[in-house]
Design a protein around this ligand. Structure first.
Ligand SMILES: [Zn+2]
Length: 268
């Protein structure tokens, strides 16, 4: 365990490396994306607790001796010291990782985290603070990095994110014909916004959704995290729910998620 005093000292040390006359502020964030910029810099997209999703400049982080670089790895939960930039983006002058997602060393965990990051990057409006969403994202990245089954963590995130964003899927009536859903295997349509009954599913091009998947989908929609934790979710159901959730979010957000087929390939 690190001593709190030491951690404070390390952040302070980083802070002094920043521009001394520019006022700084602190933020808690999760690194979603990094893009190289100019010779030694990067633009880092971060979901922050207090300012929502923001793009920040990290100067010099591509130099081998950079002290910031290791604190700004993808999916890292980090405390940041920021200075208001002259341009549109603020500048990272200090960073201290709270926890690094060890995922980078394990392909399945890293890929589930990549799906979370892509969804947040694509579908969250920049600059809108939403602490509830930040907590949901933090839970997702923690699950992807450390939970026994990272895919379950990802599914919880995707469907809760859809519900929070106003895209809660229809799970009690058929999204195509409106009939009350019976206890049976059926289908799913992101375009129609939910589950379709067996009769509609057999007459159109819909994703498959077993009764077991439907029950799990309802548990997540009802926000029953404890129940969900006890559910055993075989690979087939994981793949069905992954397809359903990303079809729903992709259609509503008009986005095609590039990381999803990669994950599907790993799970098949
Ligand atoms: Zn129907």
């Amino acid at each position: 365990m690190r001593e709190p005093q030491k951690r404070r000292a390390s952040l302070h040390q980083c802070r002094r490396t920043g521009p001394s006359r520019v006022p700084t502020y602190t933020e808690e964030g999760i690194v979603l994306r990094r893009a190289d910029w100019s010779e030694y810099d990067r633009i880092i997209t971060v979901l922050t607790r207090g300012r929502g999703k923001v793009a920040l400049v990290a100067r010099g982080v591509r130099r081998p001796q950079s002290r910031l670089a290791s604190h700004l790895d993808l999916f890292t939960h980090v405390d940041l010291v920021l200075a208001s930039g002259r341009g549109t983006m603020d500048v990272i002058t200090g960073a201290r990782a709270r926890s690094r997602l060890e995922a980078n060393f394990e392909l399945e965990r890293a890929t589930t985290a990549a799906v979370c990051a892509e969804v947040l990057d694509a579908l969250v409006d920049p600059g809108v603070a939403d602490p509830g969403l930040f907590d949901l994202a933090l839970l997702a990245f923690t699950d992807c990095g450390a939970a026994p089954d990272p895919v379950k963590g990802l599914l919880w995130f995707l469907i809760r994110f859809a519900v929070r964003s106003g895209y809660a899927p229809l799970v009690h009536e058929c999204a195509a014909c409106g009939v009350l859903l019976e206890a049976d295997d059926g289908g799913f349509s992101g375009r129609l916004g939910g589950v379709v009954c067996p009769s509609c599913a057999s007459s159109g091009h819909f994703l498959s959704l077993s009764l077991r998947s439907l029950k799990v989908l309802r548990v997540i929609c009802r926000d029953e995290r404890e129940v969900f934790g006890r559910v055993a979710l075989p690979r087939q159901e994981q793949l069905q729910l992954l397809a359903a959730a990303t079809d729903l979010l992709g259609y509503q957000g008009e986005h095609h998620f590039r990381s999803v087929p990669v994950l599907e390939g790993l799970l098949q």
